[in-house]
Design a protein around this ligand. Sequence first.
Ligand SMILES: O=C(O)CCC(=O)C(=O)O
Ligand SMILES: [Fe+2]
Length: 316
Amino acid sequence: MNLSKTKEFSLTDKELKHLRDYGYVGPFDLYESDEIKAIWRRERIRLLDRTNAIYKENTISGSTNIANYDRHLDNEFLAKHICLPQITHRLSSLVGENLTCWRSEFFPKYPGDAGTDWHQADTFENAGGKPQLVWPDSSGFGGTLSVWTAFSDTDRNSACLQFIPGTHEEMFYDEHKAMEYNPELNDKLERNGERKSFFGYDYRNLQKDSDWEPDESKAVSIEMKAGQFVIFWSTLMHASHAHKGLDNQPMRMGYSVRYVPSFVDVYPNLEEITQFGGSISLENYGTVVVSGENLNSKNKVATHTMGGTPFSDYRE
Ligand SMILES: O=C(O)CCC(=O)C(=O)O
Ligand SMILES: [Fe+2]
């Protein structure tokens, strides 16, 4: 892959090696902790207004569902966030200059919520039955780079992320296998005494080997201050701790933004996505080129936010 020249926030050689060897790197500072907490107090209210949100029909409410996908297309703070050079420079130093953001989503965890169960994603076919992301055969890569930003402090007791370092190059799950949406599953699964679930699915149904179990003894917990972000491949084994609801710790909010080089096929031959018991039209959807140019004429590109601001205003 053609790597871009060093920029202000490019990863150092050591960080690049960490990302290549372990599948993740960070956390890095992005916002001041007080600053993001104040911004988030304001934006979470703004986000309740869905007038310009691109997904409207069939979006059922729940803690994670398609209704909270892609709000960077209608919310100006998020539109700017996905383009920040602290993020794009770092990603470009790994996969090259031409970068597309194809999805963002919120991961709220309220006090008492189960953690997210272990999973890996390559094509994101997992719940919808059709691949959402397809790399060219020759690239030898797959999955997406996820940039998960903490909008609140998050530690082991309040649902911080967990990774099993170095697992990003082997898929332990087969995303062709079927999973059925059943929200009642959310309270059923425990691992080492801690509740884990996968947003109404049982991700274990996708295991290639039904007797296999993730080796949690190798897991690392990624505690983060509000305003920090971590970069990881979606093919890395990842999960989160439960929110134990101790000491009045507030809900934790993570905002995960997904990026790929702009040559990757996004939603190939798809006009709608079906997931989480809902289905939504991609009519108003577009990828956002956050750095360089679009190299895939088949991908739909959004050049402006729904409010009319050109994304180029937010790019470096
Ligand atoms: O925040 C979480 O609990 C899970 C996040 C996740 O799975 C992701 O960002 O891909
Ligand atoms: Fe994930």
